[in-house]
Design a protein around this ligand. Structure first.
Ligand code: FDM
Ligand code: MG
Length: 215
């Protein structure tokens, strides 16, 4: 069914509020693609806390380091730029990449703190552009009721409500193939909807092959 004809890997991104199910659903999609023998699949997440820049971001999120909002915004973007070359190389080599958060979180969270929206978009310009976004939308109260909520910076109801507003901005959705997915349902129903959206993205890619685009 798949495989042979695929010229390059697809770049698929999961976005949403904290505890919206991004990690669960992105790993379920990865497991599904492995199971059906789709080809090489790589899962990754941003922030990537393992790099030098990611270490600073991790300290900031765990409230062990204070930084100006503008500085941390640039660090989040730089953390993506650290990976940009390897993302493009993997895609060209036929590896599909499933990514938990990307530049859309970068803009939504920083704009939620009051930074200018367009200013927030600018450092990510030129990064590899995803072929599809799955945006898991939940009410901020749903996230707050889920396990482990509240440990890190940004994990409070007011911030989540503002991030939720920012994610509605058409400037985020304009340049990408954006799928809104209701994240308040049971895991299997959400997974099934994501598989249908994935199939549409895959079909569109087969009909209209294009190289990796840039943000
Ligand atoms: N976050 C994540 C940002 O503020 N900017 C970014 O560019 C990215 C990728 O970091 F609150 C925020 C979103 C979240 C926090 O992410 C850590 P995880 O996925 O909850 O670990
Ligand atoms: Mg979190």
């Amino acid at each position: 069914k798949w495989g042979a004809a695929q010229a390059r890997g697809l770049f698929l991104v999961f976005e949403g509020l904290d505890r919206s199910g991004k990690s669960t659903q992105s790993k379920k999609l990865e497991a599904h693609l492995q199971k059906v023998g789709y080809g090489k699949v790589k899962w990754m997440c941003f922030p990537n806390r393992k790099t030098a820049i990611g270490t600073a971001i991790d300290l900031y999120l765990r409230r062990q380091l204070e930084l100006p909002d503008e500085a941390v915004h640039r660090l989040f973007s730089a953390n993506r730029w650290e990976m940009a070359k390897s993302i493009v190389e993997d895609l060209k080599a036929g590896t599909t990449i499933i990514c938990d958060r990307y530049a859309f979180s970068g803009v939504a969270y920083s704009a939620a703190k009051g930074l200018d929206f367009t200013w927030c978009q600018s450092p990510d310009r030129g990064l590899p552009c995803p072929d599809g976004i799955f945006f898991l939308y939940i009410d901020e109260k749903v996230g707050a009721s889920r396990a482990n909520f509240g440990d890190e910076r940004y994990e409070n109801a007011e911030m989540q409500a503002e991030v939720r507003n920012q994610f509605k901005d058409p400037r985020l959705r304009a340049q990408v193939n954006w799928h809104d997915v209701d994240g308040a349902r049971d895991k299997e129903a959400i997974h099934a909807e994501i598989l249908r959206a994935f199939e549409a993205i895959r079909q569109e890619d087969q009909e209209n092959r294009h190289p990796v685009q840039r943000l």
